[in-house]
Design a protein around this ligand. Structure first.
Ligand code: HEM
Length: 360
């Protein structure tokens, strides 16, 4: 795309791009390609910000949700985005059916979206000649295979729109490795978001002494969390050198702002606290050890991820005996899953000869 300088030029370009479905719209493909190449920061100028703001004001309601979000993002191009804005939380989560779907369906929708987000990484021209293309392809395909395991469903999961998949790949920098990093963060965020929704349901189920329902939701939390380590492994094709090049542009959208991560960690801690409450009907007791086991696994998966993430931060931050970036130093002092150990003994229900049930 040629260098655009004036607000009017940007306005015309964006207006054309916003008009049709992305697949049928060369203007949009062109714009997204330019962003993937130069980064939102690289394209940022007061003219682009002004053109996006005007267009949104005048015609915002005519655009699809994804395109509206794109223009909202461009309205701030050149300034550090917030973490939710960088990740595209709004546009990714909007592709959900918010209706009351079952816990399994929540998990399957999430997995389906992750599948599409990752598949698109293999399609974009910017990563075709990546120096570690073979490794990239292998890691993406492993994850896609894992997603396929969860596609067995009586109600097919929602197919995410192509607009959402394409528009959500907006790096800040011109370093192509950021596309991989962004998809890893987005997919991990989707896992945190869905798992947090499900742990909220689990809290409610336990509060109303419905241990069977709690077991079902926890099962899906554990399934979703099984994606966390494979997703971190997808970072392997990204070199430390490239990371250090792109890092200054994304240091502000720190994942400290990941509300889903905080919700999930907090809710897991809270579940450990209330799981053994004394007000279950006796018919529920038999399910409590199963719940405890799943809850332990869910917490374990999160602490394992957290430790692996700290190691990754150490590697990419080039921490050594003599030097530690402040973020890594801070990470090492954290314990987001509190002091609860995953090995806490399960509640046991016992029935004596007279049919009386006691819990220990
Ligand atoms: C190259 C890969 C990564 C590096 C070097 C890295 C580094 C860091 C660092 C240094 C921090 C401390 C806070 C700060 O400095 O702003 C941090 C926090 C955090 N990162 Fe990463 N990170 C990486 C990948 C990821 C990914 C893929 C996710 C997935 C969402 C993620 C999620 C988080 C979260 C949730 C926190 C906040 C932790 C807390 O609240 O205890 N990071 N990361």
């Amino acid at each position: 795309m040629t260098q655009l300088s004036s607000t009017n030029e940007w306005y015309r370009k964006l207006k054309r791009a916003g008009q049709a479905r992305i697949e049928e719209n060369e203007g949009m493909e062109d714009l997204l390609g330019a962003i993937r190449k130069q980064g939102v920061y690289g394209l940022g100028s007061s003219e682009l910000r002004e053109a996006s703001a005007t267009l949104l004001q005048e015609q915002g309601t005519h655009f699809s949700h994804a395109v509206r979000w794109l223009f909202k993002r461009l309205q701030h191009a050149g300034l550090p985005p917030s973490y939710p804005c960088y990740v595209g939380t709004e546009v990714l989560n909007a592709s959900w059916t918010e209706a009351a779907v079952g816990s399994g369906q929540v998990a399957k929708h999430t997995v389906r979206l992750i599948y599409e987000l990752l598949a698109y990484l293999l399609e974009v021209p910017e990563l075709q000649d990546h120096p570690r293309r073979v490794l990239l392809q292998q890691r993406v395909e492993e994850l896609m295979e894992k997603c396929r395991e969860h596609s067995f469903s009586s109600v097919p999961p929602d197919t995410p729109s192509a607009d959402v998949v394409k528009v959500s790949l907006l790096p800040e920098s011109s370093v192509s490795d950021e596309l991989i990093f962004l998809r890893v963060v987005q997919s991990t965020e989707l896992v945190f978001h869905a798992a947090a929704r499900l742990t909220a349901r689990t809290l409610e189920a336990i509060a109303y002494s419905d241990a069977v329902e709690a077991m079902g939701t926890l099962h899906w939390v554990v399934c979703l969390e099984s994606f966390l380590l494979p997703l971190l492994r997808l970072l392997a094709p990204m070199s430390v050198e490239h990371w250090l090049e792109l890092r200054p542009l994304i240091v502000r959208p720190s994942a400290i702002q990941s509300i889903s991560f905080h919700h999930l960690s907090t809710q897991l801690n809270e579940l450990h606290r209330i799981l053994n409450h004394p007000r279950y009907a006796s018919c529920q007791h038999a399910y409590l050890p199963g719940c405890q086991d799943l809850l332990n696994r869910a917490s374990k998966a999160m602490s394992t991820w957290y430790k692996a993430h700290t190691r990754i931060a150490t590697k990419y931050g080039q921490a050594s005996h003599d030097y530690k970036p402040e973020g890594v130093r801070w990470l090492e002092t954290q314990c987001p899953l509190g002091t609860v150990t995953a090995e806490k003994p399960a509640v046991m229900a016992e029935e004596d000869e007279g049919g009386r049930v006691s819990v220990r």
